[in-house]
Ligand binder design. Structure first.
Ligand code: 5GP
Ligand code: ZN
Length: 112
């Protein structure tokens, strides 16, 4: 999608600090980290949010969770949180589905 910030990051049109990449997904450090470790994992294909996941595109979601488990292992994350905000009220500001991976500090529950 031409007007999407994260599609531009996938295309290399906007620089990012890459953690991992394969044919289906791209992982990069958040520009405004909310924890000592904070990266995002996104599908290369433009999907607006979790609410747009369906039978046709859901394979990338299970793949992304395999990648998160692998990266967490490689980065030696003992405890971490995976978050996806859906819609503005929940805090979504970029409308290309992404999974935040946060680690390295105490976290509260419920979230604010
Ligand atoms: P959301 O608010 O949609 O759940 O998460 C979007 C995330 O993208 C935010 O945590 C924000 O800091 C991050 N972000 C926004 N613009 C950029 C950017 O240009 N580069 C990187 N690396 N992260 C960004
Ligand atoms: Zn996009």
């Amino acid at each position: 999608m031409s007007d999407c910030l994260f599609c531009k990051i996938v295309a290399g049109e906007i620089p990012s600090n890459k953690v991992y990449e394969d044919d289906l997904c791209y992982a990069f450090y958040d520009i405004d980290p909310q924890a000592p470790v904070h990266f995002l994992v996104i599908p290369k294909e433009h999907i607006q949010s979790v609410s747009a996941v369906n039978k046709e595109n859901s394979r990338v979601v299970s793949h992304i969770f395999e990648v998160i488990a692998k990266l967490a292992d490689e980065l030696n994350l003992k405890s971490y949180r995976v978050v996806s905000n859906i819609g503005e009220q929940a805090g979504q500001s970029v409308f290309h589905m992404h999974f935040h991976v946060l680690s390295g500090r105490d976290m509260t529950w419920p979230p604010g």
